[in-house]
Design a protein around this ligand. Sequence first.
Ligand code: G3P
Ligand code: CA
Length: 284
Amino acid sequence: MSVKVFAHRGASAYFAEHTRAAYLQALADGADGVECDLHLSADGELVLLHDDDVDRTSNGTGFVSALTLAQLRALDFSSWKGAVIPPLFGGTAEQLLTLDELLEILAQAGRSVDLAIEFKYGAVFDTRLVDATLERLRLHGWSPEQSMAGAVRVSFMSFHPKALKYLAQKVPAQFLCQLLEEVKDVQETLGGAPGGAPTTASLLRRAMAEGERLVDSGVASIAGPGVDYLYAHPENAARWLGAGRSFRVWTVDTEENLALCQALGVTEVTSNRPAEIRALLDRI
Ligand code: G3P
Ligand code: CA
């Protein structure tokens, strides 16, 4: 079976993540799909950003949920990366993108493109982000029934099992993806010491166990573990693929990681380097 390549936050190894340049490069690189992270701004706009705040990826500061779209628009989301943006992609500092703008970019690709949307939450899940996204997608002509027929084929991902359960009431399971990560990785991401606060660790472990249950029970059809998770639990690949599911793994940036995925029969990989991964796959 051929392996699909998703560009992680666009071609984010080369251009600032979640920018127009990163997505245009991903399309030029032949990515089969693109991934994005979604948040709600203070005035309810759907914006593409990984972190809860803008500090790492812009020249501003503050939580995205406390900033309006106009305030976010005033920030430079590309200079931190230090990459020169070719004139083809505008040649100026990049602004933050909205979901609308990404959908317009994909609609102009001239071919079918998959879009993997990740809903970002802190500790607390609330339904507004999912509801606003589904409403906006419908305005762009998407519907669960037609999502495989349109030019942009959408799937929905989250680390948060509650988000998947909520989505399962609205979208067929085949379009849902439960993200799974090792507890120690999450602790490192949060800056905690290995073995950190027991309450955090046990909460994360419970969330992951719940996520695995969702995948096993078919609520989330596409198992979406990280590549480290896959190294630790290779037996899950056979179990989930055996149930007839597609299987998406991130972040696959090296030949070694791609080889692992191929050996296990992974059907979709998410990469910061779609051109290189696409070239490796096309060589085989
Ligand atoms: O594609 C899933 C992956 O993006 C989840 O991790 O931290 O990169 O959003 P993160
Ligand atoms: Ca993501």
